[in-house]
Design a protein around this ligand. Structure first.
Ligand code: ADP
Ligand code: ADP
Length: 225
């Protein structure tokens, strides 16, 4: 599903963010990506979502070699990937409903379908009653759940999260992780980047660890077992 083969990324200016990183995440898996600040976690997620390109090596998503994907094809590949950020990047000029509807509007989905799917997504994250609210009036945890509803509204097979619990207290963080678990139980492949080791320890999932751009720990790596 997500396959990295000897992937390196050097940013313009010469900073090497990833160094020969290899791993494979199978369909239906849930895994954590951890490591210190600056270890390369965001860069790794950006390579999966085609926000950045590798300097060397191959990234394969669903068997598609991303090196072969041209710029104009990127939106089609991205439809398979829901992304959640720490700062949910909600548009404050629009309602919760409209924020969640945005990916469907961009895809050109019929408006009857939009209403159905947005309500379905808001129901999953427990925010149906907030559909008409302005996101600025919601709590931090609720705003994060709006971001999650937006990421899953078109049912992407892959869900990526970059420090999704960064601004939340431990209890709300567990709620958010339970949501990811729920999507995963319904077949979604989930990769969560976080430096919250305590949170990871409370869940029994595979954990990939980056240090200075290198993968130093992967329970499923060849030779590691
Ligand atoms: P993490 O998400 O683990 O904190 P990042 O992937 O954001 O790590 O960053 C890895 C390294 O790459 C850091 O040293 C960071 O400063 C550098 N970096 C990230 N983005 C850029 C960029 N656009 N240009 C130059 N250097 C960058
Ligand atoms: P319709 O087909 O019913 O005219 P639209 O596709 O124009 O519907 O818009 C559907 C909903 O999306 C509307 O509620 C509208 O306010 C909202 N919307 C339109 N453009 C944007 C945008 N750029 N960002 C957020 N919401 C938007």
């Amino acid at each position: 599903m997500i396959n990295f083969q000897q992937v390196s990324k050097t940013y313009p200016g010469g900073h090497r963010a990833l160094e020969k990183v290899s791993f494979h995440i199978k369909p239906g898996e849930l895994a954590f990506l951890t490591g210190h600040s600056g270890a390369g976690k965001s860069t790794l997620l950006k390579l999966i979502s085609l926000m950045e390109r590798p300097s060397a090596g191959q990234v394969l998503i669903n068997g598609v070699d991303l090196n072969a994907v041209k710029s104009r094809q990127i939106p089609y590949v991205r439809r398979d990937i829901g992304i959640i950020f720490q700062n949910h990047r909600l548009l404050e000029r629009y309602s919760v409903f409209d924020n969640v509807a945005l990916p469907l509007i961009i895809e050109g989905t019929h408006h009857k379908q939009i209403a159905k799917r947005v309500h379905g997504a808001l129901d999953k994250v427990g925010l149906l009653d907030k559909a008409k609210c302005n996101p600025a009036t919601l709590s931090g945890g609720e705003q994060q759940r709006v971001g999650i509803a937006r990421a899953i509204v078109n049912s992407p097979p892959i869900l990526l999260a970059d420090e999704p619990t960064g601004n939340l207290d431990p209890e709300l963080s567990m709620d958010i992780l339970r949501l990811f678990e729920d999507f995963n139980n319904h077949g979604t492949t989930v990769l969560i980047a976080t430096h919250d080791i305590g949170l990871i320890a409370r869940m029994r999932y595979r954990s990939l660890t980056l240090k200075d751009g290198r993968m130093i720990e992967d329970p499923l790596a060849e030779g590691a077992l």
